[in-house]
Design a protein around this ligand. Structure first.
Ligand SMILES: Cc1cc2nc3c(=O)[nH]c(=O)nc-3n(C[C@H](O)[C@H](O)[C@H](O)COP(=O)(O)OP(=O)(O)OC[C@H]3O[C@@H](n4cnc5c(N)ncnc54)[C@H](O)[C@@H]3O)c2cc1C
Length: 574
């Protein structure tokens, strides 16, 4: 850490690049692609192993009966991994892409389910691919409603970059013309089934402020030339996505941005490289590189570059910046105002409502659609009108159960088998994606006494819900129940999972953007206010959470910042 003046100059030359990107997940993949396309020799440092598209998806084409436990995980794995086992996508077919609890411990001062994927591609292999744009209302909200700090950018700054990433990643969706969920560059949308359309019709008839749309998602419903050029093919609607897609039908760094960056000839991808800190050079007054611990040998090496993009994912970005201490920054990188690691926020996923609906028994649906219905936030959108701040997006779907199994039926024999072969009744399920308000008390910091296997201090998470979140859950449960009731649903069952923060896997903040160096860490180009050659463009940079799925915004912010960094570098400004 710190001063690098005493090190071997030959090694310095060998280890020097134009740009370093820390992390190869969703945001790091975009940084790599853009910087390489701009002609910069770019080193991507990834702490995990390589996962090569197609080659390293061992379960992608397996049938249920090919798995030793038919998709379930043995009890010893779930017992030893209680945190990651709570993630719906963790199972026998995906176990190899998730971080195991005991291999990467952290300290939960308050319960926080930290779900991670340490490999090339990061969580881009595992995500649910929902990609709704932010609108002007989310960027204006903190200033308007008086929480967090004002965003230094507005929708107009980011809109062209949304278009840029949507065209390349491939986003399916419908042009719905909704002001608080702007349209993008869409491939054809997925279709609603008959019950979803019925519920949509009833909601439209009863609520003027609640448009229901088919969720926009990163799937190639009809690949364009730019997707074929990436060797990606049409999505087959298998929804086995989290195993890695042999068709490249959904967007992942592995299928898309990383191979594209490689094609430029400018990428060096180095795996098993745990970045423990960013090196700051007091004499030069800027960052000169990063310190890396080899994940296997534990040997430390330094790498140098003119610009550094930190894309290790929200919590790890906070961790490695807090661990980057120097004479200039004794309390963590760029941390003059003491706010690094603070104002961490996330999405509130606690509320769910299930129900059934009679009829529609002669109708069915084909294929496994990888998205659901979305009702954009309808609370406090244009002005403050509830007794809580901000709001929530509603997601719903309808499907038929399996089997006309009568209550009490013996689960064996020909009758049972016949009953199972029939389609069952319809269910309609709603869930929420609630905004949380960034607060100073919701923070992460370094443990003073606990280190991981690589000698890096463990992260302490101190993050909790507050009264605002309780009110949002209550409002969602009441509104969702009412909407289902108006749609003619029965057996309506509201449920508060009370799950810990983190399981939403949308953690954000800690290194927030803002206009004022006294109250934020990053400027409008995602540069540190006080060290312009270090950029943070993953979720850590987020000033507030919005109600939309965040990764599309990370991608757009990253592409925008990388373009700016490359042009500043060419001008000799960095
Ligand atoms: C099951 C699931 C469903 C999800 N669904 C959605 C969704 O529908 N929509 C949505 O918008 N988001 C979704 N997400 C969240 C989404 O995956 C993340 O927002 C996104 O991957 C974050 O991108 P990132 O680049 O910040 O981090 P990641 O994709 O996690 O990549 C970070 C990379 O950095 C590496 N790294 C970490 N620390 C270091 C270090 N010290 N040195 C070197 N490398 C390091 C990691 O190994 C990893 O490869 C979902 C996530 C999961 C797991």
């Amino acid at each position: 850490m710190g001063d690098s003046t005493n090190i071997n100059k030959k090694a310095v030359a060998q280890n020097t690049y134009d740009a370093i990107v820390i992390g190869s997940g969703i945001s790091g993949g975009w940084a790599a692609k853009e910087l390489c396309e701009h002609g910069l020799k770019t080193l991507v440092l990834e702490r995990g192993r390589d996962v090569v598209h197609l080659k390293d998806y061992p379960t992608a084409t397996k049938n249920p009966w090919d798995f030793a436990h038919r998709g379930e995980l043995p009890a010893d794995i779930t017992k030893n991994n209680p945190i990651v086992s709570r993630c719906y996508a963790f199972g026998e077919s995906t176990v190899h892409f998730f971080v195991k609890d005991n291999e990467h411990p952290y300290v939960q001062e308050k319960p926080f389910d930290w779900i991670r994927g340490y490999q090339v591609g990061g969580k881009s292999l595992l995500w649910a691919r929902q990609t709704q744009r932010w609108s002007q209302y989310e960027f204006e909200a903190p200033a308007r409603d008086g929480f967090a700090v004002d965003w230094p950018i507005r929708y107009g700054d980011i809109a062209p970059w949304y278009s840029h990433v949507e065209k390349f990643a491939g986003i399916s969706g419908n042009k719905d013309g909704i002001p608080n969920l702007p349209d993008g560059e869409f491939l054809p949308p997925w279709e609603m089934n008959c019950v979803e359309k019925h519920v949509q019709g009833k909601i439209h008839a009863n609520y003027k402020d609640r448009p229901v749309i088919i969720g926009r998602c990163a799937h190639l419903t009809k690949p364009a030339q730019v997707h074929l050029d990436q060797n990606r093919q049409q999505c087959q609607a298998r929804t086995l996505c989290e195993r890695g897609c042999p068709f490249g039908g959904y967007f992942s760094s592995n299928a898309s941005t990383i191979p594209w960056a490689e094609k430029s000839g400018n990428l060096t991808l180095q795996t098993d490289s745990v970045v423990d800190s960013v090196i700051y050079d007091d004499k030069k007054g800027k960052a000169t590189g990063v310190r890396v611990i080899n994940a296997k040998t534990k040997a430390a090496t330094e790498y140098f570059a003119k610009i550094i993009f930190v894309n290790a994912s929200t919590m790890n970005t906070n961790l490695l910046l807090l661990n980057s201490v120097s004479n200039r920054f004794p309390n963590g990188f760029g941390n003059d105002n003491g706010l690094l690691g603070k104002y961490v926020c996330f999405h509130n996923y606690r509320g769910r409502v299930s129900s059934t609906i009679d009829g529609f028994e002669d109708e069915y649906y084909y294929g496994r659609r990888p998205t659901g219905m979305v009702i954009p936030s309808f609370r406090n959108v244009r002005k403050q009108e509830m007794d809580f701040l901000r709001g929530y997006m509603v997601v719903y779907g309808a499907g038929r159960g399996r089997g006309k199994v009568k209550p009490g039926m013996e689960e064996i024999g020909a009758d049972y088998k016949d009953a199972l072969a029939e389609a069952g009744g319809w269910g309609v399920h709603m869930s929420m994606q609630g905004e949380t308000i960034p607060k100073e008390s919701n923070h992460v910091r370094l443990s003073k006494d606990k280190k991981d296997e690589w000698g890096v201090p463990q992260l302490v998470t101190s993050i909790a819900y507050d009264d605002n979140d309780e009110k949002i859950v209550k409002d969602f449960l009441a509104q969702a129940s009412e909407m289902l009731d108006k749609a003619g649903c029965r057996n309506i069952q509201p449920f508060d999972s009370k799950q810990a923060p983190g399981l939403d896997i949308h953690e954000m903040g800690g290194v927030r953007m803002g206009k004022d160096p006294k109250t934020s860490l990053l400027n409008k180009w995602n540069q540190f206010h006080n060290c312009k050659n270090v950029f943070v463009t993953d979720g850590a940079c987020m000033t507030s959470t919005g109600t939309q799925n965040p990764s599309l915004t990370y991608m757009a912010i990253t592409a925008r910042a990388a373009d700016y960094a490359a042009s500043e570098l060419k001008k000799g400004e960095l």
